[in-house]
Design a protein around this ligand. Structure first.
Ligand code: ADQ
Length: 465
């Protein structure tokens, strides 16, 4: 039995596939974890980002910005089987309801198990029983169980950034029980939305015989764990300040030159099939089709840097978007008007903030999304005196918190088109009222709230059960 002290007085050890090493200013999650890691003298364990031709599993200990890192190399075959294979060709598609894209291959599972095992070994070597181990995301379902099997007693938490699907879908993974039992071996499991919690509890009760023994407590055999609803946030105030930085204003000025007096509708996503980009483009085509009066007076800009482009489906998506935007511009464009601008590249955080602020409509229409931070960033970046309107998919975790957005079904082209029209015509007073509620919400439940809400689950959970 591990003795419990308040989490704030214990050393935090974060475990994730990518760390902030080498890019210390990267993203909200990195900032949120780095703060606590630095304060508690903690450690971040992750992949070094290096791939070697030969099997070579070395752990490098290093330090940056007051945080210690243990970085693990991967061989080419580990990377292919674990990362491209099991993580991104089995778990990512299935968890996003895309069974049709899943490739079930037993070599992938072997690589996934081996890499989880390697991370578990690094945890066992680099940590003490009083440390709190916080594992991030779907790459590492198995670590807590592997630690236990090796007789290594640690308090462990796991946060799933992506959705937990309906049990009927999860069960289609041939090794679903291994994964489900792996998750339940953690002491705290955090999920993004009430919908995910419902799916997960139904799965563990129906499939693993879990019994609910407290408001957030579940027991399987002799192990009891906490399930915590813990929607991730952003650093809303700092993002809001970024939107008026010099870099933000420069980016906005550049785009405004192109826009003239047209209203900007913006989409910003990693290029991923879960983000609903083809459906969004089709929705915009429907808007141009139904409402010719809008021709020439609006411009839709989609920013979508390619990701995981070595995976076949991602390369196909790129091609599909190239074709769709070409077709729509060919059908509706004019000598002095390009209806859709599609930029397949990334921008700096400040530049993005400036572009969000310029946009009258933020179009965030994933088909499935654990949370979707773009929705929150769009709201944070708005001018309180003249805010834009967020159009948000009902299938983003964010929709369960951001009810003052215009919530739509992203598969319904007419709903996409009509909601954009509603947003464009919305009176200033209504825009301000909706924005205020949304902004207050993202400030209240920001990234620091998320971290503390998750970690405080360790304080109330009896340890080592
Ligand atoms: P992602 O699927 O990556 O994250 P999301 O939450 O939208 O999705 O975060 C994307 C981040 O990348 C945002 O901070 C955004 O600003 C940035 N980004 C997107 N396009 C960019 C561009 N062109 N240039 C620069 N930056 C860009 C996963 C889950 C989500 C969950 C997050 C956090 O899939 O559902 O919200 O983790 O838990």
């Amino acid at each position: 039995m591990i003795k419990t002290r308040p989490h704030s007085s214990r050393r935090l050890v974060a475990v994730s596939n990518r760390t902030s090493f080498g890019s210390p200013s990267a993203g909200g999650l990195a900032v949120a974890l780095s703060d606590t890691l630095a304060e508690t003298g903690g450690l971040w364990i992750g992949w070094s980002g290096k791939i070697f031709d030969m099997p070579r599993r070395r752990v490098h200990l290093t330090e940056e910005g007051g945080v210690s890192f243990a970085l693990i190399d991967m061989s080419k075959s580990d990377y292919e089987g674990f990362y491209l294979g099991y993580a991104n060709s089995v778990l990512w598609p299935v968890m996003h309801n895309r069974l049709d894209l899943a490739v079930f291959d037993s070599d992938y599972l072997a690589a996934y198990t081996a890499i989880n095992q390697q991370f578990a070994r690094a945890i066992s070597d680099q940590t003490a029983p009083s440390d709190l181990i916080w594992v991030q995301d779907y790459h590492f379902f198995l670590i807590a169980k592997q630690l236990k099997d090796a007789g290594c007693h640690r308090q462990t938490g796991f946060f799933l950034h992506i959705p937990f699907p309906a049990p009927e879908v999860f069960r289609s993974i041939p090794d679903h029980r291994l994964l489900g039992e792996g998750l339940c071996a953690y002491d705290v499991v955090g999920l993004q939305s009430p919908h995910d919690c419902k799916n997960f509890t139904r799965y563990i009760q129906e499939e693993l015989g879990a019994e609910q023994v407290g408001e957030e407590r579940y027991r399987i055999g002799d192990h009891t764990f906490t399930l915590r609803l813990c929607p991730i946030g952003i650093d809303a105030e700092s993002f809001s300040q970024s939107a008026t930085s010099d870099a933000a204003e420069n980016a906005a000025r550049k785009l405004a030159k192109f826009l003239g007096d047209r209203h900007l509708i913006i989409g910003v996503d990693r290029m991923d099939y879960s983000k609903g980009l083809p459906q969004r483009f089709e929705g915009m085509a429907t808007l141009f089709d139904k409402y010719p009066v809008l021709h020439g007076s609006i411009s839709f800009t989609q920013i979508a840097p390619p990701s995981r482009s070595v995976v076949e489906e991602y390369a196909q998506l790129r091609q599909q978007l190239d074709e769709l935007s070409g077709r729509i511009n060919g059908d509706y464009g004019d000598l002095d008007w390009i209806p859709i601008r599609y930029l397949a590249r990334g921008y700096e955080r400040d530049e993005l903030a400036g572009l969000y602020r310029l946009a009258r409509v933020g179009l965030v229409t994933p088909l499935q999304d654990g949370m979707n931070l773009v929705a929150k960033e769009y709201i944070a970046a708005q001018d309180p005196d003249d805010p834009g309107v967020l159009v948000l998919s009902q299938f983003a975790g964010a929709a369960e918190q951001m009810k003052e957005a215009l919530i739509i079904n992203p598969h319904d082209r007419d709903a996409v088109a009509d909601s954009v029209l509603t947003a464009l015509n919305m009176p200033l007073e209504e825009r301000k009222r909706r924005w205020r509620v949304l902004y207050d919400g993202i400030c209240r439940q920001d990234i620091t709230w998320w971290r503390e809400h998750f970690l405080s689950a360790f304080d109330s959970a009896p340890a080592g059960t």
